[in-house]
Design a protein around this ligand. Structure first.
Ligand code: MLT
Ligand code: MN
Length: 311
């Protein structure tokens, strides 16, 4: 047994290159430039035994991600999947749209906070996940649980969800609700995942608006943290004229600068730090950028599709 963490998609919403992005980085990615490798949208697969897997988020690119990773291919019979289910960290499009790919009467379990399950329940398109085959199970914050297959078999993992600073999904923002757009605690969570029968564990936090003292304390000394790498700097989308929003406005802390995640992690003693959920405007996507060199010099790794970590 071990903890297997497989990056299915390293990019944030839109992927790299995003369909309508015409910046130099996206053009390099389309041209096959080896220093600008395309990345699909945000998702991990996690397993304790290398046989049974659970998804952490279901991206719009999920069908291709499954096809690209033999670990997730059907193994037996006419219909089969090594996927026991999906755990959601928020209701964002890049994390839930892939649920629609998981139709076709395959037994699965979908885990999310009651808040995010409510979002799915109110949108009838998710009924393509036939409730006769797909359970929806509420996760309580700060309570570890064992993800189980639809027929109740644990898969050797213990997952603990916890709230992190964040923002309600873009399509649910309530402009009348003040500066936080109606955000509640259960909108954005991080996950601690551990082997049930071993010592390995890690954290997955693909969206995070701030590294609070409490969150820092939780992560201290961890063997591995996979963390929100959306933007290099807060105003990067504005400066590149790719959008009008800052990272703060979107509920993401940035990597660089005195208030950035690299500085915030500096004293935490986290052994391995990997950025995930990387936006197509972030220069760290380019292997030859000074920002990539700076992140690596600070001890960070930049996730890529197909990256596998075994703890
Ligand atoms: C985010 O991570 O901020 C969202 O996925 C943005 C979006 O919905 O496009
Ligand atoms: Mn996102």
């Amino acid at each position: 047994m071990a903890l297997h963490v497989l990056v299915l998609g390293a990019a944030a919403g839109g992927g790299f290159p995003q369909w309508n992005a015409n910046n130099a980085a996206s053009r390099r990615a389309r041209s096959g430039d080896p220093a600008a490798t395309p990345c699909s949208q945000s998702s991990l697969a996690v397993s304790a035994d290398g046989q049974n897997w659970v998804l952490f988020n279901a991206s719009p690119d999920l069908r291709q991600q499954i096809n690209d990773n033999p670990q997730l291919h059907p193994k037996e019979g006419v219909r089969h999947s090594p996927l026991a289910g999906v755990i959601l960290t928020n209701g964002d499009v890049d994390h839930v749209a892939g649920l629609l790919t998981l139709r076709e009467s395959q037994p699965l379990a979908v885990y999310a906070t009651s808040r995010v399950l409510g979002v799915l329940a109110r949108n009838s398109i998710f009924n393509v996940l036939n409730p006769a085959f797909v359970d929806r199970r509420a996760m309580a914050l700060d309570k570890g649980f064992e993800p189980k297959t639809k027929d109740g078999k644990p898969i050797g993992l213990v997952v603990e969800p916890f709230a992190v600073p964040g923002k309600v999904a873009l399509y649910l923002e309530d402009p009348e609700a003040g500066a936080d757009f109606g955000t509640v605690e259960e909108d954005t969570i991080g996950l601690r995942v551990a082997e049930r029968d071993g010592k390995a564990y890690c954290y997955y936090i693909p969206g995070c608006a701030a590294l609070t003292t409490e969150l820092g304390r939780r992560l201290e000394g961890a063997p591995l943290v996979m963390f929100d790498g959306t933007l290099w700097q807060d105003d990067e989308m504005v400066v590149q004229r790719a959008g009008v929003k800052t990272g703060r406005r979107m509920g993401h802390m940035s990597m660089a600068g005195a208030e950035g995640s690299m500085a915030a992690f500096a004293g935490l003693g986290v052994q391995r730090r990997i950025f995930v959920h990387i936006n197509n405007t972030n220069p760290v996507l380019l292997a030859d950028s000074p920002e990539r060199a700076e992140a690596e010099a600070a001890g960070w790794e930049i996730a890529y599709d197909g990256m596998e970590v075994v703890l």
